[in-house]
Design a protein around this ligand. Structure first.
Ligand code: PLP
Length: 488
């Protein structure tokens, strides 16, 4: 299957590329993204055939259905990363928490957040492709807290790849920061940036556009790639667990194959939601994808009212920092899929130039045939954590934003799967506060919650507090380039 560009072709790049090319060089013409030219069929026949498949078997068949130019052995090697999850036979538990509400726990990987679902196997594939071509790549990631640790973890000591993660100083939890600054490998670099996540993303963009930086790279024979969800290599692995959710409900007897369900996705850059969108379009019976946001409710406004409007908006720091995003990159792929390259380019240019774009009434109706959206502020989300904990289920603040969508946005009372995108251990101080527990720091919060509610702290988290910090620099935006050149 080939990949085409969301903003059309500039005459310099190939009009369509294979999967390997789209993931090694994910930057398409005019600042656009690569999107699949067509989609596989994951309808009833595919679902019935996979009712008894393991997660890895399902993943392999999903990847093969996309007809990607990756050999079977490499796919197997990539999917073997799921053996590092808590339960290799069931890396993604789907847990019934009440009535018709199920939670799909995407956080059982090494860095305790859903980024592992895609980044772990993706890292294997990217590094192997680079080795085969005899090329060297630099991956730069701006992270709001979870992408960084998962990217570092997957590429640690892998040949032909160097990684640099930029994170907003003060914009991540202690655990997230420690997960990054304690990663020790010669091919890894971590830099704290003064500013918020959008500032960090902007700083990265201008670095990548700088002539001096690109000259340095080409002098050293290094190519640029990306590991954020603009890379389709992430998205493809993020389609699998949505199909898995559906199959899990069918196995439980909650639905028959063919019945519809709701999915609720706590969203930031919209990669997770995009995976759900592709799967719905490919035939999995999904009534609607409900998009949950925090007070940075730009996606709610977009989906409910048809305006993507950055004007007069400031990024708000919330207790669900991985969703503190205003420019949500993967919305573009939905626009492209529905309205084509020309219209997408027009809207994205308007967003860059004027800070907003607006859908027509017909376009909005199209969007609303797949999505509905609602946001929860911190007080609402934290309130849900306390409520659910009374019934014995401990969730993190990102997951908690889903509950309002469950209560308010379902038009039909269908079985519903909400995604848990992080383990509580990554955000324990917020949870402790909501529970009225006094904790001075992350470590105390972890221990208090763990002992009061009999919740396990995985070794990977507990050991962070005694590890040595390797990357200690916090820099101003304009100093990033020098740091990078020194590292390279
Ligand atoms: C990345 C992340 C999200 C947002 O996912 P997107 O695919 O960017 O929409 C939500 N929750 C957590 C914990 C995350 O790490």
């Amino acid at each position: 299957m080939k990949f085409i560009e969301t903003r059309g072709n500039d005459g310099k790049k190939s009009k369509e590329v294979a999967f390997s090319e789209a993931i090694l060089s994910p930057m398409a013409s005019f600042g656009g993204l690569y999107s699949p030219k067509s989609l596989p069929d994951f309808g009833e026949e595919f679902l019935k055939a996979h009712l008894n498949s393991s997660y890895k078997e399902l993943a392999k068949d999903v990847l093969k259905a996309f007809e990607i130019d990756i050999e079977d052995e490499l796919i197997d090697e990539a999917l073997a990363r799921y053996d590092e999850f808590d339960d290799p036979d069931n890396p993604v538990p789907v847990v019934k928490v009440k009535d018709d509400l199920y939670i799909s726990e995407l956080y059982h990987g090494p860095t305790r957040a859903f980024k592992d679902m895609a980044l772990q196997p993706f890292g294997v594939i990217l590094s192997k492709l680079a080795q085969k071509r005899g090329e060297n790549y630099l991956i730069m990631a701006a992270t709001s807290g979870d992408t960084g640790p998962a990217t570092l973890e997957t590429f640690k000591n892998r040949p032909n790849i160097k990684v640099c993660c930029l994170y907003p100083d003060g914009g991540t939890s202690d655990v997230q920061r420690l997960q990054m600054v304690t990663e020790d490998a010669p091919n890894l670099k971590v830099i704290g940036v003064k500013g918020n996540f959008d500032d960090t993303q902007e700083a990265l963009k201008s670095l990548l556009a700088s002539d001096e930086f690109n000259k340095t790279l080409s002098e050293r024979g290094i190519k640029l790639s990306a590991a954020n969800s603009v890379n389709f290599g992430r998205i493809i692995f993020q389609t699998v667990y949505h199909i898995h959710s559906y199959l899990a409900l069918a196995r439980e007897g909650a639905i028959e194959i063919g019945d519809k369900i709701y999915l609720i996705v706590p969203s930031g850059n919209f990669g997770n939601a995009l995976g759900a969108y592709y799967v719905k379009k490919a035939g999995v019976p999904i009534e609607k994808i409900l998009i949950a946001s925090n007070s940075n409710n730009i996606l709610t406004e977009f989906i409910e009212e048809g305006r993507y409007d950055l004007r007069d908006r400031e990024l708000i720091k919330t207790k669900s920092p991985a969703m503190d995003i205003l420019k949500s990159s993967n919305v573009e792929r939905v626009l492209f899929d529905k309205f084509g390259a020309q219209r997408t380019k027009e809207m994205m240019e308007s967003l860059n130039k004027n800070g907003y774009y607006e859908l027509t009434q017909d376009e909005l109706k199209e969007i609303q045939s797949d999505f509905a959206a609602v946001y929860s502020d911190d007080e609402e989300a934290m309130g849900e954590i306390v409520k659910f904990l009374k019934d014995g289920y401990l969730m993190d603040p990102h997951t908690a934003t889903c509950i309002k969508a469950y209560r308010e946005k379902r038009e039909k009372m269908l079985p519903t799967v909400a995604y848990s995108t992080a383990e509580w251990t990554k955000f324990s101080p917020s949870i402790a506060e909501a529970l009225g527990l006094e904790a001075k720091n992350d470590k105390m919060a972890l221990n208090l919650i763990s002992s009061q509610f009999n919740a396990k702290i995985p070794d990977k988290i507990a050991s962070l507090f005694t590890k040595k910090a390797i990357h200690v620099k916090i820099v101003e935006k304009h100093d990033i380039m020098q740091e990078m050149i020194d590292f390279l």
